[in-house]
Design a binder for this molecule. Structure first.
Ligand code: HEM
Ligand SMILES: *[C@@H]1O[C@H](CO)[C@@H](O)[C@H](O)[C@H]1NC(C)=O
Ligand SMILES: *[C@@H]1O[C@H](CO)[C@@H](O)[C@H](O)[C@H]1NC(C)=O
Ligand SMILES: *[C@@H]1O[C@H](CO)[C@@H](O)[C@H](O)[C@H]1NC(C)=O
Ligand SMILES: *[C@@H]1O[C@H](CO)[C@@H](O)[C@H](O)[C@H]1NC(C)=O
Ligand SMILES: *[C@@H]1O[C@H](CO)[C@@H](O)[C@H](O)[C@H]1NC(C)=O
Length: 337
């Protein structure tokens, strides 16, 4: 008995390991999913993003946001890219879409990939790769002052398939609002497999990009409907913002981080600490101990933040993905096959 025990334990461990391995290897997300079927996929997406970035570094923010919107609505399945049709109003055309952009970059990469390996690479994976590339460029190029085509902030798992559903109501029901507090944000992120630390880390994506006045103007003029201001916003900063945004302005766009909206760094944490986050949802990070500690302790810890950002992005990128034979590989990212 005593002799057989370790042996059967070994056999069952081996079986368990084999079982785990075999169900994981063929159709689940992994780094390098296309290494045989389309080995140049990462090079092609990087080259495409870089070509746009050289002309206009503001392309990084929309590309990053696109992956977030894709993953929060119907899982990371490229559904954010689908155009509305005569019979369906797609995610793209929901109100939170405001300023959603970068579709041309995804389409360009897709066209090159279709020429090289037709029908192989999903639009959802292109979005995930482009987000990583955008952030990597906005970090490395700015930090080092040099071009690096190859710096990756983190490795991206691939193997997602494209979905066949994209509706305006899904977008409205699944995207967090910039007026939400910590409780709603926590619940929304938890429903996507993300915890409070991920919330603090990923919210710092707002260290790049812009916002329309109407995404926060209520905080300046009429927060609770009594002509008041959002007390979580620094009053003197509200005064500054009021000079730029009238109460009904739908068109003016402000930099989320004044003066450095294309630099991916920890300035976001500094602004939130100073109560200068543009959104109520940004300031809500000070309302839980976990997120508040993260904000305060990463104002000057960019190495730690970049590491954590990669970890949380990979986690976000796993939300409700279609794998194996589910979904499809879209031919044109804007149209269901
Ligand atoms: C925590 C909940 C979040 C809320 C409520 C939120 C809300 C918003 C809003 C209202 C805008 C401005 C849209 C406009 O008026 O033009 C915005 C912009 C942006 N968001 Fe978020 N967001 C959240 C999380 C995230 C996450 C997780 C990411 C990415 C990982 C992200 C990336 C961005 C980027 C990069 C922009 C700038 C886009 C541009 O300049 O084109 N956001 N967000
Ligand atoms: C999808 O919509 C965009 C903008 O509305 C348009 O430029 C593009 O050509 C459309 N793509 C297809 C394949 O219809
Ligand atoms: C965003 O959605 C609104 C409808 O809510 C639509 O009128 C607008 O054209 C959309 N914007 C973009 C950039 O697709
Ligand atoms: C402020 O909001 C309240 C309630 O929504 C509304 O009745 C009032 O007209 C608003 N005031 C202004 C100045 O927009
Ligand atoms: C801004 O948009 C809202 C609806 O989204 C509309 O009711 C309002 O009239 C617009 N304001 C201006 C100044 O265009
Ligand atoms: C920087 O952040 C990382 C990741 O959150 C953490 O592990 C590390 O201890 C931090 N370093 C310092 C000096 O606080």
């Amino acid at each position: 008995m005593e002799k057989r025990f370790p042996c059967s334990l070994f056999v069952s461990l081996l079986l368990a390991f084999f079982f785990l391995f075999s169900t994981n290897s063929s159709d689940a997300l992994e780094v390098g999913f296309y290494s045989k079927s389309c080995p140049d996929v990462e090079k092609i997406v990087r080259k495409t993003v870089l070509s746009y970035y050289k002309d206009d570094p503001t392309i990084t923010a929309p590309l990053l946001r696109l992956h977030f919107h894709d993953c929060f609505v119907e899982g990371c399945d490229g559904s954010v890219l689908i155009n509305s049709t005569t019979t369906n109003v797609a995610e793209k055309d929901a109100k939170p879409n405001l300023s959603l952009d970068g579709f041309d970059v995804i389409d360009k990469a897709k066209a090159e990939l279709e020429a090289k390996c037709p029908g192989v690479v999903s639009c959802a994976d292109i979005v995930a790769l482009a987000a990583r590339d955008a952030v990597s460029l906005a970090t490395y190029v700015v930090r080092s002052g040099k071009w690096s085509k190859n710096y990756n902030m983190y490795e991206v798992e691939t193997g997602r398939r494209d979905g066949r559903v994209s509706t305006v109501s899904d977008a409205i029901n699944n995207l967090p609002s910039s007026f939400w507090g910590i409780y709603q944000l926590k619940r929304s992120f938890a429903s996507k497999g993300l915890n409070l630390k991920d919330l603090a880390v990923l919210s710092a994506a707002h260290t790049i990009g812009n916002s329309h006045c109407n995404s926060f103007a209520k905080r300046l003029y009429n927060y609770t409907g009594k002509g008041d201001m959002d007390p979580s916003l620094l009053a003197s900063y509200a005064t500054t913002l009021k000079k730029e945004c009238t109460p009904t302005d739908n068109t003016t766009v402000l930099e989320m981080v004044p003066g450095s909206s294309t630099t991916f760094d920890t300035t976001y944490f500094k602004l939130v600490k100073e109560k200068k986050g543009l959104f109520h949802s940004d300031q809500a990070l000070l309302r839980s101990q976990v997120t508040k500690n993260y904000v305060f302790s990463h104002v000057t810890n960019s190495t730690g933040f970049f590491h954590d950002f990669g970890v949380s992005m990979v986690k976000m990128g796993r939300n409700k993905v279609l794998e194996g034979k589910n979904g499809e590989i879209r031919k044109n990212c804007a149209v269901i096959n």
